[in-house]
Design a binder for this molecule. Structure first.
Ligand SMILES: Cc1cc2nc3c(=O)[nH]c(=O)nc-3n(C[C@H](O)[C@H](O)[C@H](O)COP(=O)(O)OP(=O)(O)OC[C@H]3O[C@@H](n4cnc5c(N)ncnc54)[C@H](O)[C@@H]3O)c2cc1C
Length: 513
C-alpha cells in the first residue's frame, strides 16, 4: 500500500532563491567551510556526513519527495544551532530546520546542497509555571509531553494535532498546527507567547515573551506558520490551558452529509462552541469500521462526533441543546459516551480513519483544504459529483466545525492512469475550496507540495509583498529556500507589476505556475 499526502505522487522540488531546485550538489568549497565550522562548534556526534545515515533524513511525512542532505547537524542548544546557521550564512549554504519530520507538505524536505538542522536533541521542558499558565520548552519537545508535564498541575497544552505523540513544538510553531480541539481553543498561534529565535544570519533574538502583548510589530506572529523560512525557534514559551471540569462526547448518525453539515451549522449558530465537531462520510465510516470495529450507527451516510467541555453545569446545558439540534436536523441515532472506554472507542474510529482507508483501497492521497463552514454542503456535493464523473472514490473525514476538509482520494496504483486520475481529483478539490472562499491548506502547510497552488489564491503583487517579509528576515535566501513560494522571487527584485516574465523564467531556469 502506498499513502500519499498532498497533491502529487511524483514531483520535483520547486525552485528557490538559493540555487535553483535544491537538486544541485553542494558547492564543495562552501560545504567544506561549513563542515569545518560545524566541527569546531559541535561535539563529534553532533553531525552526520555518512551517506547511508544521511538517507534517514531524506524526507518528512510526505515521503514521495526525497533529497539526501549534504550534512545533518544535531545541535544540543541555541548557541550550537546559531553557530551552524552563521556558518551557512557566511558561505551561502542553504539550511532546513527539522523537528520530528512528520510534516505532510514537504516543509522539512532537505536540500542536496544544504544542511539539515535537526532539533531532536533539544527536548528539555525547562519550566512549567502554573501561576502564569506558561511553560518554557525547547523546540524538539514532543507536543504531548507538554501536556504530560502540565497535567499534574491541572493544565494541558491545547493544540492537539493527531500526530501529537511524535511531532515537535518547533514544527507545530512553524506549521501553525491544529487538531480536533482547535475549534474551541484555537491553533498553535493562539498558544505561543514567545520564542527564542535564530535569525538566518545566526543571531539569537527573543520574539514576544511571557506577557500577553509586546509593543511594536508582531514579529512572533510573522514567524508562527512561516514553515522554517524566517529562521529557527530554539525555545518556545507556550500558554497552558486549565483541564476542563467535565467532558462529554456525543456520536450522532445521519442519513446524509447534508444533514450532518446542517446540524454543525445549527450548533454553532446557536452560540455553542464545542471543543470539537468531527464528521465522517459513509466511505470513511466503512473504512473505520473495518479497521477498528468502532460500532458507528449502522447505515449512516454520515456521523458527527461532538465533544463538549467546560464547567459541568454548562456542559449539561449545551449537551441538551446539541442533542435537540441534531435530532431536528435528522439524526436517527444519538449515542452519548458514558465512560472513558466508550469515549475512546468513538474517537478511535475517527483517529484511525486515515490509516483505516488502507482497508478499502490500496493507495490514497490525503488532501487538506479549508472552506467556510457554511459552504460544507455545497462543496461536499461538488466533491461527490467530481467523484462520480471521474470514477475516483473519495472518502471524507474532517474537522467540520472549522470547515477543514481532509478528503481521502482513493486509487490503485497498479492500474495504469489511476494515480494521475486521483491527482486530478485531488487538485480539483483544492480548486473547489478556493472558489468557495476557502484555502489550499487548513493545517498541513504549503511546504513544497502546495507552492504551485499559491498563485491560484494570491496575485503576483500579493506574493511579492509576502516575499518582502521573507527578504526582511532573510535577504540571502538561505532559510528553507524553495518552500511555500512557487517561483524564485529574489530579494533584490522590486515588487510590483511585471512588464515581462521573470528573468529566471525567461532563462528557462524556473517555471511560473
Ligand atoms: C499521522 C499524522 C497526522 C497528522 N495530523 C495532523 C493534524 O491533526 N494537524 C496538523 O496540523 N498537522 C498534522 N500532521 C502534520 C504534522 O505532524 C504537523 O505539521 C507538525 O506540526 C510537524 O511537526 P514536526 O516536528 O514533525 O515538524 P517537521 O516535519 O520536522 O517540520 C515541519 C516544518 O517546520 C519547520 N521547522 C521544524 N522545526 C522548526 C523550528 N524549531 N523552527 C522553525 N521551523 C521549524 C520545518 O523546516 C518544516 O518546514 C500530521 C502528520 C502525520 C504524519
Amino acid at each position: 500500500m502506498s499513502v500519499t499526502h498532498g497533491t502529487q505522487t511524483t514531483a520535483e522540488p520547486a525552485p528557490g532563491p538559493v540555487g535553483a531546485s535544491g537538486q544541485d550538489s553542494a558547492d564543495p568549497s562552501a560545504m567544506a567551510a561549513v563542515v569545518a565550522s560545524v566541527k569546531a562548534a559541535l561535539p563529534p556526534d553532533g553531525w552526520i556526513d555518512d551517506h547511508i545515515r544521511l538517507r534517514t533524513y531524506e524526507c518528512d511525512g510526505l515521503a514521495h519527495y526525497k533529497a539526501t542532505p549534504a550534512l545533518v547537524v544535531l545541535p544540543e542548544n541555541a548557541e550550537q544551532l546559531a553557530a551552524v546557521v552563521r556558518a551557512c550564512a557566511a558561505h551561502g549554504v542553504p539550511f532546513v530546520a527539522r523537528g520530528s519530520g512528520t510534516g505532510l507538505s514537504g516543509g522539512a524536505l532537505p536540500r542536496k546542497d544544504g544542511v539539515l538542522i535537526v532539533t531532536a536533541r533539544m527536548r528539555a521542558i525547562r519550566e512549567v509555571r502554573r501561576q502564569d499558565q506558561r511553560a518554557l520548552v525547547e523546540p524538539g519537545v514532543i507536543n504531548l509531553d507538554i501536556t504530560r508535564a502540565a497535567t499534574p498541575e491541572g493544565y494541558y497544552f491545547a493544540p492537539d494535532p493527531s500526530s501529537q505523540q511524535i511531532c515537535s513544538i518547533g514544527g507545530n510553531l512553524a506549521e501553525n498546527s491544529g487538531g480536533a480541539h482547535c475549534l474551541k481553543y484555537g491553533f498553535t498561534a493562539n498558544h505561543v507567547m514567545g520564542a527564542e529565535f535564530v535569525t538566518p544570519q545566526g543571531e539569537i533574538v527573543q520574539l514576544g515573551g511571557a506577557a500577553p502583548d509586546s509593543p511594536g510589530y508582531d514579529l512572533l506572529g510573522a514567524v508562527v506558520g512561516s514553515e522554517g523560512t524566517l529562521g529557527i525557534a530554539t525555545a518556545v514559551t507556550v500558554k497552558l490551558t486549565r483541564l476542563p471540569e467535565d467532558v462529554r462526547t456525543l456520536l450522532a448518525g445521519f442519513a446524509t452529509t447534508d444533514e450532518a453539515g446542517a446540524a454543525t451549522s445549527a450548533i454553532i449558530g446557536a452560540g455553542i462552541v464545542p471543543a470539537a465537531i468531527e464528521m465522517m462520510d459513509a466511505l470513511a465510516i466503512e473504512a473505520a469500521e473495518a479497521a477498528t470495529h468502532c460500532g458507528y450507527p449502522a447505515g449512516a451516510g454520515a456521523v458527527l462526533i461532538v465533544e463538549l467541555d467546560g464547567a459541568e453545569v454548562e456542559v449539561e446545558h449545551e449537551l441538551a441543546q446539541v442533542e435537540r439540534l441534531c435530532r431536528e436536523k435528522g439524526a436517527f441515532e444519538l449515542r452519548l459516551a458514558t465512560d472513558p472506554a466508550e469515549r475512546a472507542l468513538i474517537w478511535k474510529g475517527r483517529k484511525s480513519a486515515f490509516a483505516a482507508v488502507g482497508r478499502i483501497s490500496p493507495d490514497y492521497i490525503v488532501q487538506d483544504g479549508v472552506i467556510p463552514r457554511t459552504a460544507l454542503p455545497g462543496v461536499l456535493k461538488a466533491i461527490a459529483e467530481l467523484s462520480s464523473s471521474s470514477g475516483v472514490r473519495v472518502a471524507n473525514v474532517f474537522h467540520a466545525g472549522d470547515g477543514n476538509l481532509h478528503p481521502l482520494v482513493l486509487f490503485d496504483d497498479a492500474i495504469e492512469g489511476a494515480g494521475q486520475a486521483a491527482e486530478k481529483v485531488s487538485g480539483a478539490i483544492l480548486d473547489l475550496c478556493i472558489s468557495h472562499g476557502g484555502s489550499i491548506t487548513g493545517e498541513h502547510g504549503v511546504g513544497i507540495d502546495k507552492a504551485a497552488y499559491m498563485p491560484k489564491m494570491f496575485t503576483d503583487d500579493d506574493l511579492d509583498t509576502m516575499q518582502l517579509v521573507r527578504c526582511a528576515f532573510d535577504p540571502a535566501g538561505v532559510a528553507n529556500p524553495g518552500k511555500v513560494f512557487p517561483t524564485p522571487r529574489l530579494c533584490g527584485e522590486v515588487p510590483g507589476k511585471r512588464k515581462r516574465a521573470h528573468p529566471l523564467v525567461e532563462a528557462g531556469v524556473a517555471e511560473a505556475f
